[in-house]
Write a protein that binds this ligand. Structure first.
Ligand SMILES: [Zn+2]
Length: 95
């Protein structure tokens, strides 16, 4: 009985076969916040207006995609091995 389909190769994964789940999170990295006295004294109203203006043409989904995206894939055993050998697909870019 097929319980899942491998998201990489499309082959069925039968009940009892080893199945792997790859969860990939891509999010905006943030360095530790350092607030100086100059930052506290600066008038940020114009900066906020500029940011809001830049965000207005984008949908909520587009804005969220700039900050955080998560993927979840089911993989068969063969694809799990291939994925672990080259998770960033570096070798396919060098061909
Ligand atoms: Zn596969």
């Amino acid at each position: 009985m097929i319980t899942h389909i491998c998201d990489r190769c499309g082959r069925p994964i039968e009940r009892g076969q080893t199945r792997y789940t790859a969860r990939i999170q891509v999010f905006a990295a943030a360095d530790p916040l350092e607030i100086t006295l100059d930052d506290l004294l600066r008038d940020t109203d114009q900066e906020m207006d500029d940011l809001i203006g830049q965000s207005e043409p984008l949908s909520e989904q587009e804005l969220m995609r700039d900050v955080y995206v998560e993927f979840r894939f089911d993989l068969c055993r063969a694809c799990q091995r291939t994925y672990l050998d080259d998770p960033l697909s570096v070798s396919s870019r060098n061909q």
